[in-house]
Design a protein around this ligand. Structure first.
Ligand code: C2O
Ligand code: CU
Ligand code: CU
Length: 453
């Protein structure tokens, strides 16, 4: 056992099903199908969801860095699907984008995903077809790639943040794909879950150090978590290590698709509770859950600052010799959205192009092996977490100011009317999606394709 784990008596979070891959193994079957799940918490009926292997989130897939993932996906949904492995630098045919990298998995069909895992970190998987509806109904799961040399922690846990639009009987409202959500902030729900369930209390012990892997699996909601009376360290973003830091104002901001790995020292008083608050939308701040300390023992003490994790083998871009491109995002309500676009169901433009639906002409062709600097300009009054497939990039600057952390990321959150520069090596040949991870934005035009060749 490489991990010390315990299940606190009465813990409100069920331990997720866990799978460790065998080395050069037979594929593991994962089935996407309708299921029922206790989303809304006590006092509410179960919710009809779509799920991987019957649970929300789906099985927590765990591998070690360098291992090979081999998953046979079976589609038992009432519609076609695919699976995308968010953040993984994998071969293009395994990327799960329908019509671009693979045909959709037909109803009743199967598809074998098989690829190596070059980077350690916190990643996730989700459909890439009709994704506002398929992710919105519960199809998502964590993909954890463990370091060869993990940091000291008493427990290593995933918190997948989900957001649901439920009615009073805890049924999913079926208003997917409406143009209002698409042209505004996306389909923000009314029920937030941690690991697929409205959670009152998360049980901890005084003095333990938790590794918390936060994943924002919501289709549209942005989170800003604060841990009352606690000071977590951020040790990785989007799976990639950085110099551990304490976030500004104690807030950990995650747009859809983004991840943060925290080390949290449980410094509270035994028998007490401390709130974890999400106040991204300040007028709608709410308590996500309580950290609840078991009774007995002494107050926990903070441990020393953690060491940085070993970096992943990502090629370093050379901004001085890079090709430069500008990518401008336009449209949206209260901005560039015209009636002509709206009539076609398009809410957003990328470099002035208005496209909807499936694979299209590449917006950019990037020479294989070249360094790239992209200036991303958000000309809209909405926030957009912009995600690149098959690569990770450094965030060089925001709003013209150099970013001292220069973190690696696969998704960068562009606030309303802001800009950022990112840099990467176009190292991975193929056709790669570049899109907003507010999935309703992606479906209504905030998407492009890069060709790397
Ligand atoms: Cu997580 Cu193209 O998406
Ligand atoms: Cu992705
Ligand atoms: Cu967006």
């Amino acid at each position: 056992m490489r991990r010390r784990e315990f299940l606190a008596a009465g813990a409100a979070l069920a331990l997720l099903p866990r799978a460790r891959a065998a080395r050069a193994s037979a594929p593991r079957l994962v089935r996407a199908a309708p299921a029922r799940a206790a989303i809304a918490g006590s006092g509410y009926p179960d919710t009809e969801v779509w799920a991987y292997d019957g649970t929300v989130p789906g099985p927590e897939l765990r591998y070690r860095q360098g291992e090979r993932l081999s998953i046979l996906v079976e589609n038992r949904l009432p519609q076609e699907t695919t699976v995308h492995w968010h953040g993984i630098r994998l071969p293009n045919p395994m990327d799960g984008v329908p019509h671009l990298t693979q045909p959709p998995i037909a109803i009743g069909g199967r598809f074998l995903y098989e690829f190596d895992l070059p980077d350690a970190g916190t990643f996730w998987y989700h459909p890439h077809l009709a994704s506002p509806e398929q992710v919105g109904r519960g199809l998502y799961g964590a993909l954890v790639v463990e370091e060869r040399d993990p940091p000291e922690a008493d427990r290593d846990l995933v918190w997948m943040l989900g957001d649901w639009r439920l009615d009073r009987e805890a049924r999913i409202r079926e208003d997917f794909g409406n143009f209002f959500d698409a042209s505004h902030a996306g389909r923000i729900g009314n029920t937030v879950t941690v690991n697929g369930r409205v959670t009152e209390a998360f049980e901890v012990r005084a003095g333990e150090r938790l590794r918390l892997r936060l994943v924002n699996a919501a289709t549209a909601r942005i989170f800003a978590l604060r841990f009352e009376a606690h000071e977590p360290w951020v040790i990785a973003l989007d799976g990639h290590p950085l110099e551990p830091f304490r976030p500004e104002g104690g807030r950990i901001v995650l747009g859809p698709g983004m991840r943060a790995d925290l080390l949290l020292d449980c410094t509270g008083e035994p028998g007490s509770s401390y709130r974890v608050v999400d106040d991204f939308y300040p007028r709608e701040a709410y308590r996500l859950l309580d950290l609840h300390y078991a009774k007995g023992g002494a107050r926990g003490r903070a441990r020393g600052a953690p060491k940085a994790l070993s970096p992943n083998p990502v090629p370093e871009p050379d901004p001085a010799r890079a090709e430069r491109h500008v990518v401008r995002f336009g449209g949206g309500a209260r901005g560039g959205l015209t009636r002509e676009l709206a009539m076609r169901g398009i809410a957003w433009t990328v470099n002035g192009r208005a496209v909807s639906g499936h694979a299209h002409e590449p917006l950019l062709s990037l020479p294989l092996g070249s360094s790239q600097v992209l200036e991303l300009v958000n000309d809209t009054v909405w926030h957009h977490p912009i995600h690149l497939h098959g690569h990770v990039f450094r965030v060089l600057s925001r709003d013209g100011r150099p970013n001292p952390r220069r973190e690696w990321a696969d998704t960068v959150l562009l606030f309303a009317r802001s800009r950022a520069e990112i840099a990467f090596v176009a190292e991975n040949p193929g056709l790669w999606m570049f899109h907003c991870h507010v999935l309703e934005h992606q479906e209504s035009g905030l998407a492009a394709v890069f060709r790397v060749a």
